[in-house]
Write a protein that binds this ligand. Structure first.
Ligand code: SF4
Length: 304
């Protein structure tokens, strides 16, 4: 059940900001909230953004996305082990217990499979992603500073930016590297555009919270072994912040007008809402009379 909540341009809410160590320091007003995923939704298709962030319609669990969550969990736990024990067999041994944990949290995940045989072969398919990971990095030589870290900041104008960073490495000299694992598949051109947007988003949040522009942002594609790196500049991040403000203003205008238009494209093939989409012969439900008390855009979302 949801409770009435103000539209995005209504009275600001408050949220803690963080000092360079991540500790809350003060309450600061915010007018809206964006994660890389929700911002990308709006850029890709405003109606998709509406269904996820305003209507908050449920979406069926996907085997590909769940496998991504599982592999992320294994790679996070791998770094709990002493450095010399971070081997591929050790990572493989983490798969079953992490899958048990995910099913405990969301029992409906087990319903994705047509029997135990299919579930076992799906679990085995995650091993290939781990193998690729070990071909890209040697975890015995790394000591991450943070893993699965929620990063957030309220920038000037009151826009809150937040998201999960898979891994943060900090060199003895203080240079910051943000690492993100990608396990899903999508059309290449759309994927790269979204990835670059996501990297800039994280770079901006890290810069604004820690006062340091990350030296490198690195995406590891575990499906095909691709690596995408990016070294941001301060001025570029200032421009990107203005872009996010403009994006939020567009979302706010669409919300006030209750007008989120569909944008048909290749990502429609992965969209859960075709039956409710005018581009596919569907009819959108009435616009919600009140927004959920915590719009989905404010919730941290794993960006895979
Ligand atoms: S089916 Fe395509 S156009 Fe329709 S809501 Fe989904 S992404 Fe947008």
């Amino acid at each position: 059940m949801t409770s009435p909540a103000p539209l995005p341009s209504a009275a600001p809410s408050t949220a803690p900001t963080a000092d360079p160590d991540g500790a809350p320091t003060q309450e600061r007003a915010f007018v809206g909230s964006l994660s890389p995923s929700r911002a990308s939704d709006f850029k890709t298709c405003p109606l998709l953004y509406r269904y996820r962030s305003i209507d908050r319609l449920p979406e069926p669990a996907s085997k590909v996305a769940t496998r991504g969550t599982l592999v992320h969990a294994v790679l996070e736990r791998l770094y709990d082990l002493p450095a010399t024990e971070r081997t591929l067999p050790a990572a493989r041994d983490l798969l079953a217990p992490q899958w048990d944990r995910l099913r405990e949290q969301e029992p409906e995940l087990a319903e994705m499979f047509d029997g135990q045989e299919e579930a076992s072969s799906w679990l085995e398919s995650a091993v290939g992603l781990l193998q690729t990971y070990f071909g890209l990095e040697d975890p015995t030589r790394l000591e991450p500073a943070e893993r699965e870290q929620l990063v957030e900041v309220v920038v000037d104008g009151g826009l809150r930016l937040r998201g999960f960073v898979d891994r943060l490495d900090i060199s003895p000299a203080g240079a910051v590297r943000v690492v993100d694992y990608k396990t899903g598949a999508a059309p290449r051109e759309a994927f790269e555009g979204k990835a670059l947007f996501q990297l800039k988003f994280y770079a901006l949040v890290i810069w604004r919270t820690r006062g340091v522009v990350p030296r490198q942002l690195k995406l590891l594609y575990l499906k095909d072994g691709d690596v995408l790196t990016y070294s941001p500049e301060e001025q570029e991040l200032e421009r990107f912040e203005r872009t996010l403000h403009a994006l939020w203003e567009a979302i706010d205008r669409a919300t006030q007008a209750q007008d989120f238009r569909p944008h048909k494209g290749r990502l429609c093939d992965w969209c859960s809402f075709q039956a409710l989409c005018p581009e596919w012969g569907g009819t959108p439900p009435p616009f919600p009379v009140a927004l959920p008390i915590v719009p989905a855009a404010e919730q941290p979302v794993a960006d895979d």
